[in-house]
Design a protein around this ligand. Structure first.
Ligand code: PMV
Length: 331
């Protein structure tokens, strides 16, 4: 039995099954303010460090799932069937194999309302919605921590997408992976805003999984990363608890840039910045010098996500008329 299957069996141990004809669920996308970058164990997606994110409210993935007879799973994305040999379908089917009743196939309809062109990760909300949907279909009634562990197997950052608001994913230390799950942070911040800007739709040169492994294996700067994360995570938790926006913005921006520094130090080097990304950083730094408390974060893609407080929304919109503003704690 694979290590993943053993893990799934351990998580599901003791769960009662009360199968329904259909399962359905929504999960939000999330943006990390203190990043997850580097695994200590790849098969179970166990991270080297803890991380902290904010979920994007109503932006995410809606998934509907049922069991069917037949030779293969039927997968549809945003209303269009996805051929079984496409990487998206293969990744989903591989994950569903861990939960498949003998001789049965799944029909999965999944819809993203995330602006995909802006390079927002849909794998986090996608795997989280799939696990929430499976829980609904099979009637397991699992606690969220367990669903976080299951979603983690599909994509690390999906561990955080089973909750709204600020979320911390504890790295855990055990080899069995049963202590690596996410939990909500108890503080909310209604005035917190995220701005999504589509700068550049260039295809990612290297996916996050490959990029992460390459960085861990080859970057010497990466040795400093766990210490940087401990420091930043602590500051971000304090910033959230005390609603200190400058501390939050400064720490999140510095954390993202440090992550990108470890990527630049990898071999072959990894650079997700495009010229537009760099120009945008300089613009944000200039606006900040002029007095606008605006910060950014950036993941394994060329787009920046703006971080600001509601009171500065008008000023941000004036500077960036195309920005899509997300209020993670509203509605
Ligand atoms: O969950 P993955 O394997 O797609 O990795 C996510 C990595 C980052 O988005 C760069 C950081 C994070 O914590 O979300």
């Amino acid at each position: 039995m694979s290590v993943q299957q053993e893990f799934v069996n351990a998580v599901l141990a003791g769960a009662q099954e009360g199968r329904k004809p259909f399962g359905g669920a929504f999960a939000p996308s999330n943006i990390a303010l203190c990043k997850y970058w580097g695994k200590r164990e790849p098969a179970l997606n166990l991270p080297l460090t803890s991380s902290l994110s904010v979920s994007l409210g109503r932006l995410g993935t809606e998934t509907c799932i049922h069991l069917k007879e037949g030779a293969q799973d039927a997968i549809a994305l945003n209303g269009a069937p996805v051929a079984a040999d496409k990487s998206f379908a293969r990744r989903l089917t591989g994950f569903l194999n861990l939960f498949r009743p003998e001789g049965m196939c799944f029909a999965v309809e999944t819809r993203n309302n995330i602006p995909t062109a802006a390079g927002l990760a849909s794998s986090a909300s996608g795997f989280a919605a799939l696990v929430l949907g499976l829980n609904d279909l099979f009637g397991w009634d699992l606690p969220r921590q367990k669903m976080s562990m299951l979603a983690r197997l599909g994509s690390g950052s999906a561990a955080r997408s089973v909750y709204d608001g600020f979320v911390v994913w504890h790295a855990g230390a055990s080899d069995d992976g049963l202590d690596s799950f996410a939990e909500p942070v108890r503080f909310k911040w209604p005035d917190f805003r995220i701005g999504i800007l589509e700068l550049c739709t260039a295809e990612k040169p290297v996916g996050s999984r490959t990029g992460m492994n390459r960085t861990v294996e080859t970057s010497t700067l990466f040795k400093e990363w766990p210490q940087k994360v401990r420091h930043d995570l602590n500051r971000i938790e304090v910033a959230i608890a005390t609603r200190n926006f400058d501390l939050l913005g400064k720490t999140a921006e510095s954390n993202a840039l440090a992550m990108h520094a470890t990527m630049l130090d990898a071999w072959p080097p990894l650079m997700y910045f495009q010229p537009e990304s760099v120009a945008m950083m300089h613009r944000i730094w200039r606006l900040r010098e002029e007095g606008l408390p605006l910060y950014f974060t950036m993941d394994a893609g060329p787009n920046l996500k703006l971080l600001f407080a509601a009171g500065h929304e008008a000023a941000v919109k004036e500077q960036f008329p195309d920005v899509q503003v997300i209020a993670p704690f509203e509605g």
